[in-house]
Design a protein around this ligand. Structure first.
Ligand code: BT5
Length: 326
């Protein structure tokens, strides 16, 4: 336990000196015991200076932990409870199991997922280095408006990536995040509801953070943040930023949904594109014309009519380049 406490004390005062004697006194252990714990933290990748002034944490390793996420998290309720697991089947499944009794804003985050899930029973590749987390939300809205949570989550994740790294993040309908046309983040929202009220939404967010993009199959059209930036990023900082943006967007959903809707439309990668739409009812091609407030994509079909699509898959096609007559 004392290693956790020493880590917590150093993380809170990152970059500042902490007297070994005072640490020992406040934890009720010997100075030699403090030294031993510092050695163990160094072995975990924490860069810690030691001098006569005591100990100073210089940099954090790229590990995810509850106390690292909590230190400096500027939210009121999202992420106030963080459940960290080194390995799970799926953070969405784990969160779904506890959702009814959990506090609004509880987060489940894992280092790896052994059976990560995409939409429509597809699988989601979740190796070490990414961010795989689920946020339990309990908005006071009817189930018919649940798509708003989905929109807000895509907007929040996009704002986080744009805000931290200056990336031009676009939302491919319904809610994949693309940078330079490649997918860096996928979102899977699952809900528990009665007929007239939403009990909870579990928002699963997967971000390819520090993952070598050459290890992602070509046909996925995917990349990672480290691949785009040419350097690794702090996953702790990214998790915190996503949680802060989730809280902001969630509050907008309850008070001024228009802000979310406008941001969602503004970042669209899909409107204006030629698309192939695949729904349970069949497939068609056309031009994506608009996004509506209920989350629907409006497509002008090649065979004539406009169609509102509420659920399904969307593939961006290459534009048809018409031949200019000589
Ligand atoms: C999604 O599904 O994009 C939603 C992914 C949600 C993942 C998070 S991680 C935390 C939480 N816990 C879970 O179990 N899930 C959520 P979809 O649009 O269906 O995309 C799935 C498809 O993307 C797959 O069929 C692959 O083609 C591709 N894919 C799989 N892993 C990928 C990855 N890491 N990066 C990019 N593409 C991937």
């Amino acid at each position: 336990m004392s290693r956790e406490e020493i880590r917590g004390a150093l993380v809170q005062r990152l970059g500042s000196w902490n007297s070994g004697q005072e640490m020992a006194k406040s934890l009720g252990i010997s100075r030699a015991a403090v030294w031993k714990q510092v050695q163990l933290l160094r072995a975990e990748g924490y860069e810690i200076d030691a001098s006569r002034r005591g100990y100073r944490l210089v940099s954090l390793p790229d590990v995810i932990s509850t106390d690292l996420i909590n230190a400096g998290l500027e939210t009121k309720f999202v992420g106030r409870t963080v459940i960290y697991r080194p390995s799970v089947t799926s953070t969405n499944s784990e969160a779904g199991r506890i959702a009814t009794s959990a506090e609004n804003g509880t987060v489940v985050v894992a280092e790896v997922q052994t059976a990560g899930r995409g939409r429509m029973e597809r699988s989601w590749h979740s190796p070490k280095g990414g961010i795989w987390m689920s946020v339990i939300l309990k908005p006071k809205i009817p189930p018919a408006l649940a798509s708003r949570v989905n929109m807000a989550s895509a907007v929040a994740a996009a704002r986080a990536l744009a805000g931290l790294y200056g990336l031009d993040v676009r939302i491919k309908w319904p809610n994949d995040l693309l940078v330079s046309g490649k997918k860096v983040c996928g979102i899977l929202t699952e809900i528990g509801a009665e007929i007239d009220s939403l009990d909870y939404a579990v928002v699963g967010i997967g971000i390819n953070a520090n993952i070598d993009p050459s290890r992602l199959p070509e046909e996925w059209g995917a990349t990672s943040i480290s691949g785009l930036l040419g350097r690794e990023v702090s996953r702790t900082e990214l998790v915190q930023k996503v949680l802060e943006e989730m809280e902001r967007a969630y509050e907008e959903v309850e008070s001024s949904f228009d802000l979310v809707y406008v941001a969602w439309k503004r970042r669209s990668a899909t409107v204006g594109q030629r698309v192939r739409i695949i729904t349970r009812g069949g497939e068609f091609e056309g031009r994506a014309e608009a996004l509506e407030a209920d989350g629907a994509l409006v497509v002008r079909r090649d065979d004539g009519p406009f169609e509102r699509v509420l659920a399904g898959d969307c593939i961006h096609l290459r534009p048809i380049i018409e031949k200019v007559e000589e």
